[in-house]
Design a binder for this molecule. Structure first.
Ligand code: ACO
Length: 433
């Protein structure tokens, strides 16, 4: 009888160049890339590395914050399913949960809400330099710049090793993001800025800073206020995505959190990340009618265009956030009227979910497919969509940053490369070239 091998948490690797065998420890279904370095052909070799452009299969950290199971369409913050949080929690409660690891008690939440509410004002100089942007400046450009500028107003933020300092910057950034976003919007519209209103909720105050006109007190529509709060919850974190990776990577140099968050905002600005919801509306407008959809699908299959709001690096199933947002869209439409683009979106989704091209590539609607329709129905312009995403994602960035700084295994982020360029060359003076 063949003797059964005893299971062991190791991986045996044979290097066929040398015939040598190595036993690498396996922990949490991973091997440590540094363990590959012992694999050499000659003693003075650098040692083997793993090559992983775009980090498609590299875990850059251990994390306790967010779980995504892309195959099953599962998203949990600190263990709580996103569906339950969206239904039962508020954005501030979820932000507390992400940052601290536990849901707050009533008094903890009250203290947190108080801190956030009392840090919403920005220095008047910020207002002045928003004024200096061109009248048609993209609000995301203004947000990236003003978030970075906050670091110049709070030099104490440099002390990133101090837990209490970090907590204070968390309150500041969470509180000021809606103010900066609303100022960027009002500047774009040529409207006077509206100062924060401490009587309102986080999302209610944001709506007030966006839309208040001559009334002495702005009263947000409850359905819209609630929908915005849920949208913020759905965007609050998404583990090691592009912008969180920017936050961690830039933050790993121990720069202040405002500078790191500006880098995260910049990452989010790109059309393959937070800019996708804007791109979805442009695409739906371009398609124009339900009957033009088959023609557009043909162009997607010919690889002339991508179906925006579809596909995800991690989800190979329906994005759970897209399901919640789709329902939310109808609640908003009940309040403000149906967005005519929804018919095109629904039909596009129906066709794509049945089409072999999309089915075989496991392309499903992602969070951005329906969120833009809601924002548009709320009366928000397209170029503000990534800004709204940034407000929602701020607690996630800060939680990822906090986790990175308190993780003993982390160092300054510094990947390796495989150099394939020219070997040493003789310099040729310009007169001889
Ligand atoms: N439309 C058509 N084809 C697509 C799409 C799409 N939206 N997304 C991926 N594909 C195809 C690719 O052409 C590729 O096909 P191939 O294997 O035959 O070459 C295959 O599916 C895999 O695509 P990749 O680009 O390799 O997948 P990746 O994981 O790198 O990209 C991404 C993920 C960027 C989200 C991609 O799906 C995409 O561009 N989607 C549209 C933009 C979008 O909606 N972004 C929002 C993402 S969610 C967020 O950031 C909040």
């Amino acid at each position: 009888m063949p003797k059964e091998a005893t299971p062991k948490d190791t991986l045996t690797v044979t290097d066929n160049r040398t015939g040598k065998t190595y036993e690498l420890p396996v922990e949490n279904d991973t091997i440590r890339a540094m363990d590959l370095r012992q694999i050499k052909v000659k003693d003075d070799d650098f040692g083997m590395m793993s090559y992983d452009p775009a980090y498609k299969n590299t875990a850059s950290t251990k994390s306790n914050i967010t779980l995504i199971n892309g195959g099953q369409g599962v998203l949990r913050y600190r263990g709580y399913p996103i569906e339950e949080l969206a239904e039962k929690s508020s954005f501030l409660e979820v932000s507390y949960l992400l940052y601290n690891g536990e849901l707050p008690t009533r008094s903890e939440l009250e203290g947190f809400r108080y801190q956030i509410t009392h840090h919403t004002m920005v220095h008047e100089n910020i207002r002045e330099f928003i004024d200096a942007f061109r009248y048609d400046a993209h609000p995301m450009g203004m947000l990236v710049s003003t978030v970075a500028a906050l670091s110049t107003f709070y030099p104490d933020a440099k002390d990133v090793e101090d837990k209490h300092t970090r907590q204070l910057q968390m309150y500041r950034l969470m509180a000021k993001m809606p103010t900066l976003a609303a100022y960027a919007y009002r500047h774009r519209r040529g409207l006077p800025y509206v100062y924060p209103d401490n009587d309102l909720s986080y999302s209610g105050n944001f709506l007030s800073m966006l839309f208040k006109m001559t009334e002495t007190k702005y009263t947000p529509k409850p359905a819209i206020e609630k929908a915005l709060d849920v949208l913020f919850i759905l965007h609050a974190d998404h583990e090691q995505n592009c912008s969180a990776t920017a936050m961690r990577g830039v933050g790993s140099s121990r720069v202040d959190p405002f500078s790191a968050a500006a880098a995260a905002c910049a990452a989010l600005y790109g059309p393959l990340h937070g800019g996708a919801n804007e791109a979805v509306i442009r695409m739906l407008n371009e398609i124009g009618s339900v009957k033009a959809i088959p023609e557009y699908i043909k162009r997607v299959k010919n690889r002339e265009v991508r179906l925006m709001g579809f596909g995800h690096r991690v989800y190979k199933n329906y994005d759970p956030r897209a399901l919640i947002i789709k329902k939310l869209a109808y609640q908003v439409f009940d309040e403000v009227g149906k967005n005519p683009l929804i018919d095109i979106a629904l039909e596009l989704e129906r066709i794509a979910l049945e089409d072999e091209y999309f089915v075989s590539k496991k392309l499903y609607p992602n969070v951005d497919f329906y969120s833009g329709l809601i924002y548009q129905s709320m009366g928000l312009p397209m170029d503000l969509f990534p800004v709204l995403f940034a407000i929602g994602r701020t607690p996630g960035w800060l939680s990822q940053w906090e986790e990175m700084l308190t993780d003993n295994e982390q160092r300054i982020a510094r990947p390796r490369q495989v150099y394939l360029g020219a070997g040493k060359r003789e310099y040729v003076p310009i007169s001889e070239r």
